[in-house]
Every structure is written in structure tokens, then in C-alpha cells.
Design a protein around this ligand. Structure first.
Ligand SMILES: Cc1ncc(COP(=O)(O)O)c(C=O)c1O
Length: 381
């Protein structure tokens, strides 16, 4: 359901992301059911959604969560009360001890990273389950920006660069899907078997990444369960899925208000109190067109408007949307499905540590501001 008929969008603050708890609950029930029927672990990827106010609800429906930065790992510890499954594109030596303390699983993006931190893991007082991210060089994702298996991708190791499976690594991790179906997963598993089948007898768990959009209406949960069960039985491995978007798929909207109607020749642009580049960057990066409440097909529309963002970036707008009613200043424009990859992207995406602000006077640096976990946390909830 893209919009809730009962939400009085015109009565809430603007701009605001509005999450519908009933729709979230529906998604959580389904995810828990898949987890139980397939006997797998489903963990939540914080990169899609990190509003920790909701973690006390979510934690009862998942086996944990996955972190792609120390900030995310800390948030998982603090608000889900569990250790994180960590997968970072690269671990920083200055924070690796803290990552170890926060994590139960640590997945490396390369064997060189594993070799760099192997001794620290061995010396750590608590056992850590170690994984390696591989790149099966197959993905159904067509947009390169979103395709982790695009040519020469930096994400994971290709089979040609793994001569032998490193001792001490018991997990295999891949992530190549994005808003994908169970049939896409099935094809991906074939590629994983072709490229890495020889290593599977040494593997205890396979983390199949995210991109499993099981909460979408037409997703075949039955086929997902069959596919995973077959793989588990064939290779005698435990399976972990780490979706993000599926948790909050279609659970809420971004409410905005029309501040002005700008005329340029015949084109009218609704100037909104939100920004595509600052709040909905995927609309420009992918690009994709979000559904807007009350929109009608452009060819049948009585009124047409561009939707303009509040930033000064010239490209901060979406091409024409059609409506049957004339839009007035002060009206609300409500964007559908604006919970996953929005709040996280408009803040500190992936929890990646924010660069400090320094100034240089010709002889020394002066620190004006640095950002820490508390800053990340305050932006997320
Ligand atoms: C390694 C990894 N795991 C999980 C996810 C979550 O994917 P999604 O939100 O599409 O389910 C991502 C998304 O980029 C990812 O990079």
C-alpha cells in the first residue's frame, strides 16, 4: 500500500518523514515468518534505515543487524542489544579494536584486509566468526551506480583472485541484488556455485546480502523459501539474509509543502520545502520517479508541474507531474515510500565517519569541529 487513506497529511508538520507503524508491523510479521519457515537468520541492514527509535520494536522480529561502519555497529549494540554482523568496505586500524568489541561476525572485503587484521582477531578474547565477501560477477541490477558486480567492482573478491580459501574464514558473503525477486536470487546462486562451488565445502555460513524485496506485493516468498532450503541442504551451510529496504518498504511518506509556484515560459515549477538532492538523492542518482499522492497520468492531466527542490542546485527538480486539480501555494505534496535510503542518505550514509572541519593558517592545523558516534546517533533519531 503506497499511501494510507487515513493519514491526515495536511495536518502534520512539513517537511516530515512519516512512518506508519501498522505497515511496518505487517512487514515485520512477514520477515519473521520467512525466517522461521526457511530456518535462516534474517538481520537488518542499517544502511537502509537507522531510526533507532524503532529498534525496540524491530529487534523482536530479527536475528540481529548488519553494520557497515563503526557508527552503525554501535547503534546496533545500544538499541538492539546484540553484537553486529560487520561488513565494512575497509576497516580502519585506529578503530578495529572497537569494531571487534561490537561484533559477533566480521566480514572482510578482501584477503589483504583479512591478513592485516587476522592477528588481532586471533588475540581477541571472544570468538569472532570471520567471512569474506566475494563477487560472483553476476547481477541483475542494470544501473551501474547500484550494481555491486559491475566490471572491476571494488566490492568483494572475484574468483580469479582467490587461489585458495584462507584458513580461518568460515563465512562467504555476497551482495549483488537490489529490490530483486527470488528468481534473481536463484540465478545469482547458480553464479555463486559456478565461481565458488569448490570452496563451499569449507564454508559454515553463507550471507546472501540484501536486495531481497520480500515485502513487495508480487514477491514470491514461497519460491524464496524453496530456493534457500535447496541451497542449504545441498551445501550444508547456514544461511543469513541481510535486507534493508524490505523492512520499511512502503511504510511511509515524505510530506512537503508548496512554498511558491515559479513560472518560466510555459513551465510551472512547484517550489517545495524539501530537496531532491538533500533528502531524496536516489531520485536524481538512480534516477527514479517517486509516486506522489493525487498524481494522474501526465497525458490525461489538467495541470502539469515540475517539482522543484529548495536547494540552489540547478538539477534539483523532477520533470513534470500531472494533477487533476490546480495546485495552490500552501498545498501539500506527499511522496510515497520515502523511508528506506532517505533519512540515512540525507544524513551520514552507511554511518561513514564524517570528515572533520579543519583550518590551516600556513603553519598549523586548527580543529574547528569533529564528528563522533553521538553526532551520527542524533541525526538518525
Ligand atoms: C552489503 C550489503 N548488504 C545489505 C544491503 C541492503 O540491501 P537492501 O536495502 O537493498 O535490501 C546492502 C545495500 O547496499 C549492502 O551493500
Amino acid at each position: 500500500m503506497e499511501f494510507s487513506k487515513d493519514t491526515p497529511y495536511d495536518q502534520c508538520l512539513s517537511p516530515a518523514f512519516v512512518l506508519d507503524l501498522n505497515r511496518l508491523q505487517k512487514n515485520l510479521n512477514l520477515i519473521k515468518e520467512v525466517q522461521e519457515l526457511a530456518s535462516i537468520d534474517i538481520i537488518m541492514a542499517l544502511k537502509a534505515f537507522a531510526n533507532w527509535h524503532l529498534f525496540p520494536i524491530i529487534k523482536d522480529y530479527v536475528s540481529g543487524a548488519t553494520a557497515s561502519s563503526l557508527n552503525e555497529a554501535k547503534l546496533i549494540n545500544e538499541y538492539m542489544g546484540v553484537k553486529a554482523h560487520a561488513y565494512f568496505v575497509a576497516y580502519h586500524p585506529k578503530e578495529f579494536k572497537e569494531v571487534l568489541a561490537c561484533s559477533s561476525h566480521i566480514t572482510f572485503n578482501s584477503i589483504s584486509q583479512y591478513n592485516r587484521f587476522k592477528t588481532e582477531i586471533e588475540e581477541h578474547p571472544h570468538p569472532i566468526s570471520v567471512g569474506l565477501r566475494v563477487n560472483p560477477e553476476y547481477s541483475v541490477v542494470e544501473t551501474d551506480l547500484y550494481n555491486p558486480a559491475s566490471p572491476a567492482s571494488r566490492l568483494g573478491m572475484v574468483a580469479a583472485n582467490i587461489i585458495e580459501w584462507p584458513e580461518g574464514i568460515e563465512g562467504l558473503h555476497f551482495h549483488t541484488l537490489c529490490e530483486s525477486s527470488s528468481y534473481d536470487l536463484e540465478k545469482t546462486l547458480q553464479a555463486v556455485e559456478e565461481k565458488f562451488g569448490q570452496f563451499l565445502p569449507q564454508i559454515k555460513w553463507v550471507n546472501m546480502g540484501g536486495g531481497h524485496l520480500m515485502t513487495k506485493n508480487d514477491y514470491s516468498v514461497k519460491h524464496l523459501i524453496e530456493t534457500i532450503t535447496n541451497f542449504k541442504e545441498k551445501h550444508q551451510v547456514e544461511v543469513i539474509l541481510e535486507p534493508g529496504a524490505a523492512f520499511v518498504w512502503q511504510t511511509g511518506e515524505l510530506v512537503s509543502e508548496v512554498l511558491d509556484i515559479h513560472q518560466s515560459g510555459v513551465v510551472q515549477t512547484l517550489i517545495l520545502d524539501v530537496s531532491f538532492t538533500a533528502h531524496m538523492p536516489d531520485t536524481l542518482e538512480m534516477p527514479y520517479r517517486p509516486t506522489v499522492l493525487g498524481q494522474v497520468p501526465i497525458e490525461k492531466a489538467a495541470f502539469r508541474y515540475r517539482l522543484g527542490g529548495l536547494s540552489c542546485l540547478s538539477g534539483d527538480y523532477l520533470e513534470e507531474y500531472g494533477f487533476n486539480q490546480e495546485i495552490q501555494i500552501g498545498d501539500r505534496i506527499v511522496f510515497a515510500d520515502m523511508i528506506h535510503y532517505t533519512t540515512v542518505k540525507s544524513n551520514m550514509f552507511n554511518g561513514v565517519a564524517h570528515p572533520s572541519l579543519l583550518q590551516w593558517d600556513g603553519s598549523q592545523f586548527q580543529l574547528l569541529r569533529s564528528y563522533n558516534y553521538e553526532d551520527y546517533k542524533k541525526r538518525m533519531g
